[in-house]
Design a protein around this ligand. Structure first.
Ligand code: COA
Length: 420
């Protein structure tokens, strides 16, 4: 029997609940169906199987960093459930966890904080680039460009020693909030607020964008958002960072790639889309009609649905609680009420749950953060995860180079240009 016929048979065919195929090496394939695994040997010359759309179900790497358990709604960072970490550890502790695989003791934490604070100042050349960017540049474009520019001012950019890679990872974690805040101040025509080494990551960023120190509550809220966004398995931007570094490119290129990937509305850009949608709907009374019409037009509702989570995204309840608390303290319950109604409708109509972007949007909005900084904030927090994945990829690297399934014509003959 031809190997692919065997595969289709083993997976029960398209209706048989068979999961996509995973290529194990050049000649062996693993097929999973009905909780059973089949190992198939196929010669290189065989026609490859149909590719799962969007690589759904394909395992692209082994990682010790985080695990997304979509069927039971769990997120694990290096062995710790996110519910265990949220509210108990700071973002800096999570950075240490992702980069060293264990939570820091007091001394390690103080050292890390001092290192990050010491790395915040930008090279003068990058500050000059910030000031030449058009003020109407969307912040994600600006952040992507400035992270790339940071590589031009780091003479160790192509130094691939482990020490240098780790140093660059921490520099990026420390500098991405600074480029974001500098650009934000520049576009408003306001003087730049320089980083304050006495403040932690969350408080420093808030003070750099607003020009004044945040309250303890605001700092804690932002810190918790950073913790919840730090890493998330093989999400699209992390995958792109790993693909880039697997060519033995450099840390700045990998993070630049990841930022470009995060920007899209199907990934990190969704949080901005949530607020735009809430503003477009306008009031609680309009929610039902808006959602019905959007669904009738097959429009996607931002902040709803997830490729991996088939139950509630475990980050969403934390963000929802924060959004509720902030709304109460501001005496402005409209946005959270509208969000809750949208989530309720989407669950009953489509069996789709809110994801991380849904309530984080209301949290940032309630903190007074401009809508177009929501996705850059996601990038700031996720830089800890991206860089940890880059270091992990480098520790056991192999070029990531999948195949494509050519389904175009063959044997065409060139018609002379005058006759085309
Ligand atoms: N609003 C309305 N319908 C949605 C939806 C949403 N937010 N998310 C998924 N669906 C529907 C699709 O229309 C499709 O329905 P159909 O089978 O009747 O055509 C089905 O659910 C599967 O959607 P699909 O886009 O193929 O799922 P995916 O796994 O490729 O996509 C997301 C996952 C996250 C990209 C998708 O849910 C989405 O676009 N969500 C909105 C953007 C967002 O919040 N992104 C942030 C993710 S953390």
């Amino acid at each position: 029997m031809h190997p692919w016929c065997l595969l289709i048979h083993a997976s029960g065919g398209p209706e048989g609940g068979g999961k996509p195929l995973t290529r194990q090496n050049t000649q062996n394939y693993i097929c999973r169906a009905n909780n059973r695994e089949f190992s198939i040997h196929a010669p290189m010359s065989s026609t490859p199987p149909a590719t799962p759309r969007g690589l759904e179900g394909v395992v692209a790497a082994n990682t010790r960093l985080s695990d997304v358990r979509g069927d039971i709604g769990e997120l694990i960072y290096c062995g710790y459930n996110i519910n265990e970490l949220a509210g108990q550890v700071s973002y800096e502790e999570v950075v240490h966890l992702l980069h060293h695989n264990h939570l820091p003791n007091r001394r390690e934490l103080e050292e890390l904080k001092a290192t990050l604070a010491g790395f915040r100042e930008l090279p003068q050349g990058v500050i000059e680039i910030v000031q030449t960017l058009p003020k109407d540049t969307p912040p994600m474009h600006a952040v992507r460009t400035l992270i790339s520019a940071l590589g031009c001012f780091d003479t160790t950019c192509d130094d691939d020693s482990q020490h240098s890679q780790r140093r660059k990872a921490l520099r990026l974690i420390a500098q991405i909030p600074v480029v974001t805040a500098y650009f934000h101040r520049h576009r408003q025509g306001l003087p730049l607020v320089h980083p304050n080494p006495a403040l932690g990551e969350a408080a420093n960023f808030l003070s750099m964008i607003t020009g004044h120190a945040p309250s303890r509550d605001q700092e804690n809220t932002m810190d918790m958002c950073y913790v919840l966004h730090a890493d998330h398995g093989m999400n699209a931007s992390t995958f792109s960072a790993r693909v880039t570094i697997a060519t033995l490119s450099d840390m700045y290129s990998a993070v630049t790639t990841a930022i470009g990937t995060l920007k899209g509305p199907l990934h990190g850009g969704a949080n901005e889309g949530v607020i735009k949608m809430l503003q477009e709907i306008g009031s609680l009374e309009q929610v039902d009609a808006y959602i019905e019409e959007a669904l009738a037009q097959k429009k996607k509702i931002m902040g709803i649905g997830h490729r991996i989570y088939k139950v509630l995204d475990p980050r969403a309840p934390h963000l929802k609680r924060m959004a509720q608390k902030l709304s109460e303290s501001l005496g402005e319950s409209k946005w959270i009420q509208m969000s809750e109604r949208i989530a309720e409708l989407m669950l009953s109509r489509k069996n789709l749950h809110a994801n991380v972007d849904f309530y984080s949007a209301t949290v940032y909005y309630s903190l007074g953060i401009p809508t177009d900084l929501f996705t850059p904030i996601f990038a700031i927090a996720r830089t800890s995860g991206w860089t940890a994945h880059v270091l992990e990829q480098l520790a056991d690297n192999r070029l990531i180079r999948p195949q494509s399934n050519y389904n175009g014509p063959v044997g065409l003959k060139v018609t002379p240009i005058e006759q085309r």
